[in-house]
Design a protein. Structure first.
Length: 500
């Protein structure tokens, strides 16, 4: 079992340094260097050709749309855009690399020297500096069969699907992130969250981490306080959720600290993240850049975007998330704390989508930040992963607005949708959850409540209107919470005034 130092003790002794490498799968119609389609979910090895399979004599051609997306990402990250850059071959053998090299960019990336400001809990803004954003291609997919873990160790054989080989990727690499101290894991999560929102706003990728469209490699090292030289780093590969990015950074800080304080040395290696307990496990010894034997790709001409094209793309950038948030906060009248809560929950897009489906802002925010946030916390999943759509939440809000549901019944409807019972109207019908608004039924329930609570009724007659709450509660209990509370109150006051 891996020994960990307590987080507080680790931070007291060491200063963490991080480097985050985020791979974004672009949503182009075809692959990076060939015309094969990129649709997700096709039968294995049906979206391949001689070029993406690396067959002799095949020649690559650069996807213009991918270059455009790369430039737009670079501009949105405040990067410089190269007037001239080229591709390189990154050489290493692995079964999911059919060419035995990856076409990437090395010392001449398309975008470089940028930054992204991220807001932390409490309002502090932390600037993450970007080293580079470069173009490359994805690898194929290996499925390891016969083992207990789904990994290569212990498997009896592996299956290879090359449909993904050649999918356009942008890799965004930060400069060393230092100075965050105890908040380093929070900075990592906030950076990836902000980057994901930016990528989605640009429309270059859906950036769905659970589908591998965006994944993060967390490089981490520790150095004793006062030292300048970074320690040996580990690289936790392919972390695919915001929560997991934070947990991976935190775990590695504690693991490194335990090794170093016990007199051990850190091995420079890749590591695998385990979702079930937030731990990491050793992968393979990590290569240095020279081990990949980079050299310029001889089959591709350099990429030289004109300044006119770059400026045209700059002018066409959409409203970026940081600007949008400030506008939304003002429009919704939220305090900084309330806005931060919405951000932490990952709810902005969901709320906006619910408003687009017809709900008002207050109702959309109420349901996503209330009942649905509670459920996501209970289930340990992100809000967007809940099995309910903005259109369904908007329908619940509409049923409440028209008086067909009260808040208590609406929560039960949401629960039914989340449990797979159907859309809101189906759940209402199946579970009999409509508000009781029939005047005859309500009148009978009110009369019963008054007769059973004569002393309270007398208080109301005497002018103590607050006492009517007990009578309303009695009616709600009789009707299993399905009465229209506002109408019940009106009927109680009418009857007691008439009897008085």
């Amino acid at each position: 079992m891996t020994t960990l130092l307590s987080y507080d003790d680790a931070i007291a002794a060491f200063d963490p340094a991080m480097g985050l490498e985020v791979h974004v799968e672009l949503n182009t119609a075809t692959k990076m260097f060939c015309g094969c389609p990129t649709e997700f979910g096709a039968e294995p090895n049906t979206q391949t050709c001689p070029t993406c399979l690396g067959l002799p004599g095949s020649l690559p051609v650069v996807n213009r749309k991918a270059v455009e997306s790369a430039i737009r990402i670079g501009l949105a990250l405040n990067c410089g855009v190269a007037a001239w850059c080229r591709f390189a071959r990154k050489n290493y053998f692995y079964p999911d690399m059919p060419k035995n090299f990856q076409t990437s960019q090395y010392d001449e990336p398309i975008a470089f020297n940028g930054y992204l400001d991220v807001q932390l809990e409490g309002g502090e803004v932390f600037r993450v500096e970007i080293e580079r954003a470069h173009m490359e291609e994805d690898t194929g997919k290996s499925t390891h069969v016969g083992g207990a873990t789904g990994r290569i160790h212990g498997a009896s054989h592996s299956l290879l699907d090359y449909n993904r080989a050649g999918i356009p990727l942008i890799e965004i690499v930060t400069k060393p992130i230092v100075g965050a101290g105890a908040r380093a894991p929070e900075v990592a999560k906030a950076y990836v969250a902000e980057l994901r929102e930016l990528i989605k706003a640009l429309g270059v990728s859906e950036a769905r981490m659970e589908m591998g469209q965006m994944r993060c490699d967390v490089n981490l090292s520790l150095r004793p306080h006062g030292r300048e030289k970074f320690g040996t780093r580990s690289e936790t590969k392919n972390v695919n959720s915001l929560r997991s990015v934070e947990r991976a950074a935190r775990y590695e800080i504690q693991r490194h600290a335990a090794v170093l304080t016990s007199g051990g040395t850190i091995v420079q290696e890749t590591r695998h993240f385990h979702e079930e307990d937030g731990s990491t496990a050793a992968g393979r010894i990590k290569e240095e850049a020279e081990d990949y034997r980079y050299f310029p790709e001889p089959d591709l001409v350099p990429v030289a975007p004109s300044r006119e094209w770059v400026e045209e793309l700059r002018a066409g950038l959409p409203e970026l998330p940081s600007v949008q948030r400030k506008r939304i906060q003002a429009d919704w009248g939220l305090s900084d704390h309330e806005m931060q809560s919405v951000l932490n929950a990952g709810a902005i897009e969901l709320i906006l989508a619910t408003i687009a489906e017809g709900a008002d802002a207050a109702s959309a925010r109420k349901w996503w930040m209330g009942e649905l946030a509670r459920r996501s916390n209970e289930d340990g999943i992100e809000l967007a992963a809940l099995p309910i759509t903005p259109a369904q939440v908007a329908r619940v809000a509409a049923l409440v607005a028209e008086g067909s549901l009260n808040d208590k019944l609406a929560r039960q409807v949401i629960e039914g949708v989340l449990d797979g019972d159907g859309d809101p109207d189906t759940v209402v019908e199946k579970r009999g959850l409509k508000v009781v608004s029939d005047e005859g039924a309500l009148g009978s329930a009110v009369d019963e409540a008054i007769a059973a609570n004569a002393a309270i009724a007398d208080k109301v007659r005497g002018g103590n209107l607050a006492a009517a709450g007990a009578l309303i509660g009695a009616v709600m209990k009789t009707t299993r919470g399905q009465a229209d509370a506002k109408r019940v109150r009106e009927l109680i006051l009418e009857r007691l005034a008439a009897q008085g």
